[in-house]
Structure formats: structure tokens, C-alpha cells
Design a protein around this ligand. Structure first.
Ligand code: SF4
Ligand code: SF4
Length: 200
């Protein structure tokens, strides 16, 4: 009986849920989730997830802070929109998953370090050139932990790189920055400021 009461108390711990509703982008939308499972069934990545979006939202309500913010699943979302379109309660599932991933990083959790590093290198390239240079992103990503760790990664990924070159998905020569890159960077700086809650 005592044990059941402890479980019950755990299942309704609202502390973390309130933290999410207040601080996570689109986190408030989780309030309306009725646990129907449509998002979980629809997600193309469900086979690769330990917890589906539905379960992540249930864990939020249960106060399972470490399980949610430490889960690699919140970083797996590829923004396919399926869950968002299909949710009968109009929960912004995809946005909440991204919101949780961002919040996890801000809180010092690194659920999937490689995804975070890749995202950073992708962003750096867009900032530098105004577009993507696949070679530059791949090179910076693979060398993120230094040359010694990077060489085996580069060898492992070489067939993919060659295939991309062969199918004209990647150019051999370095990409040049877009026209008026300074204005583009100014726009990104402004977007970043707005994202941090700045005035303008
Ligand atoms: S589809 Fe919507 S209501 Fe159903 S479990 Fe997912 S988020 Fe909740
Ligand atoms: S948007 Fe993300 S969480 Fe939603 S179905 Fe697609 S991959 Fe899954």
C-alpha cells in the first residue's frame, strides 16, 4: 500500500511539467495531449526511439526530468510534420520535441552529442557562406574532436562522400559565399537575438 502511494505520488508530480509548460518552446501544448498514441504510430522514426513522442509527454507529466531531458529521442525528430498534422488535439508535437531538445542542451544535457555537434557545424557553415557546403560541414563535423579521432570517421564516411560526388550531390570545389553575405549574417544575428528573448 505504501509502495502504491509512492508510485501514485511519482505519477502526478507536477514540478517538471510546470517547468516545461513555462520554459520550453511549445511546451504548453503538451497540456492538451490525451495520450491517444496517434503521433507515436505515425512517427517514421518510432522504430529508433526508446520513447515515442506520446511517452515523452507522459514522462513530462510524471516529473521524469532526467529521463526526458537525457533522452536521445527528443533529438531524433526530423521535422516531417506527420505528428503535428495528425494529432487530434492539435498538440504541436514536433515543435514541443524540438523545444525539449533545445531546453535539454541549455540545461546541460547532451542526449545525442553527435546531433548537437552536427547542428552546430551546419549552422556555422550557413553563417559563413549563406548556404551549405557539404564538404565543409562533413570535414568540420568529423574533426570536431581533433585529427586523431577524425581520421577513422573520415575513412568510414569516405564511400558516402564518393557516392555524393559521383551523383553530383556534392561539388569538388569549395562553395563561394552568397551575394551580400553581410546582410544575410545580420539577419541571422537578429533572429538569434529574438530567439534569446532580445528586444530587436
Ligand atoms: S497524437 Fe496528440 S493527443 Fe495523441 S498522444 Fe500524440 S500528442 Fe497526444
Ligand atoms: S515531426 Fe518528428 S516526432 Fe513528429 S512524426 Fe515527424 S519525426 Fe516523428
Amino acid at each position: 500500500m505504501e509502495k502504491n502511494e509512492a508510485v501514485k505520488k511519482k505519477a502526478y508530480d507536477p514540478t517538471f511539467a510546470n517547468e516545461v509548460f513555462k520554459n520550453v518552446d511549445s511546451g504548453e501544448g503538451i497540456k492538451t495531449c490525451m495520450q491517444c498514441g496517434v503521433c507515436a504510430m505515425s512517427c517514421p522514426l518510432k522504430e529508433h526511439m526508446e520513447y515515442s513522442p506520446r511517452r515523452i509527454f507522459a514522462l513530462v507529466r510524471m516529473g521524469e526530468r532526467d529521463k526526458v531531458l537525457g533522452s536521445r529521442d527528443i533529438m531524433l525528430c526530423t521535422s516531417c510534420y506527420t505528428c503535428k498534422v495528425r494529432c487530434p488535439r492539435k498538440v504541436p508535437v514536433m515543435d514541443a520535441m524540438h523545444g525539449l531538445a533545445h531546453y535539454a542542451l541549455v540545461q546541460g544535457y547532451v542526449p545525442r552529442k553527435e546531433t548537437a555537434v552536427f547542428g552546430r557545424k551546419f549552422w556555422d557553415c550557413v553563417y559563413k557562406l549563406g548556404k551549405i557546403d557539404e564538404k565543409l560541414v562533413a570535414q568540420n563535423f568529423m574533426l570536431a574532436d581533433g585529427m586523431i579521432a577524425g581520421i577513422p570517421k573520415a575513412l568510414e564516411n569516405m564511400p558516402m562522400g564518393l557516392a555524393m560526388l559521383f551523383h553530383h550531390r556534392m561539388k569538388l570545389l569549395p562553395e563561394k559565399p552568397i551575394k551580400d553575405i553581410k546582410a544575410f549574417r545580420k539577419m541571422l544575428d537578429l533572429a538569434e537575438e529574438i530567439g534569446k528573448g532580445g528586444d530587436k
